[in-house]
Ligand binder design. Structure first.
Ligand SMILES: CC(C)(COP(=O)(O)OP(=O)(O)OC[C@H]1O[C@@H](n2cnc3c(N)ncnc32)[C@H](O)[C@@H]1OP(=O)(O)O)[C@@H](O)C(=O)NCCC(=O)NCCS
Length: 174
């Protein structure tokens, strides 16, 4: 009998049939609470956009299974530089649906939406446990690792978008 490695086993799981679309902040709240702060009954993401923003969700069998939010927000981190920066917040996939490509589709569609709205760059404070996920989607980790109390080690991840604008420093097509 041939034993499959975990990675081989995962590769046999088909990609889910999902619909990815814009959602409201409220629609994503329960899923985020369950995934990002299990046990904190009253937790809500603090989300205070100064200008443009949107929330993206993936539905499977009419259930929300993955969520991410994007808002215009600059970071004072020197690595980010000038240009319109968007922040990715509250990326979460329900545990039973993880590693099936759903989060990747939400993130990919979110990045495309930011690009459509003329964003030049997306950044986030991401958990180190999700580093490979962000790197697989073109994010680079910059600066030092830091701890956010209660949720562990994080890094700043940056994804430049494919805009070519004269007069700013983002000239990346990746
Ligand atoms: C990080 C997170 C959002 C990723 O969501 P996801 O839906 O699992 O993401 P994907 O399925 O697109 O990608 C995850 C992995 O599954 C793999 N995968 C994707 N489709 C697959 C398939 N059909 N079969 C097998 N594996 C697959 C990807 O290669 C990826 O691998 P890697 O990231 O380990 O290299 C999710 O794991 C999560 O909610 N984690 C807990 C909360 C968290 O850490 N959020 C981020 C806060 S910063």
């Amino acid at each position: 009998m041939i034993l499959q490695s975990n990675a081989d086993f995962l590769r046999t799981i088909p990609t889910l049939d999902v619909e990815v679309r814009l959602i409201s902040l409220e629609e994503g709240e329960e899923l985020r609470r369950r995934v990002l702060r299990p046990g904190e009954k009253n937790w809500r993401i603090s989300f205070c956009p100064a200008s443009d923003f949107f929330h993206m969700g993936a539905f499977h069998a009419s259930q929300l299974v993955s969520v991410a939010s994007f808002l215009v927000e600059s970071s004072d981190n020197a690595f980010i530089g000038q240009g319109e920066s968007w922040r990715l917040r509250g990326m979460a996939t329900s545990p039973e649906m993880q590693s099936r490509g759903v989060g990747g589709r939400v993130l990919g569609q979110g990045l495309a939406e930011v690009e459509k709205r003329n964003g030049a760059l997306v950044w986030c404070h991401g958990r180190l446990s999700a580093a490979r996920f962000y790197q697989n989607h073109g994010f680079e980790s910059v600066g030092d690792v830091f701890e956010i109390p209660g949720t562990g080690l994080h890094a700043l991840y940056i994804r430049k978008l494919g805009l070519r604008r004269s007069g700013d420093e983002f000239h990346c097509n990746s």
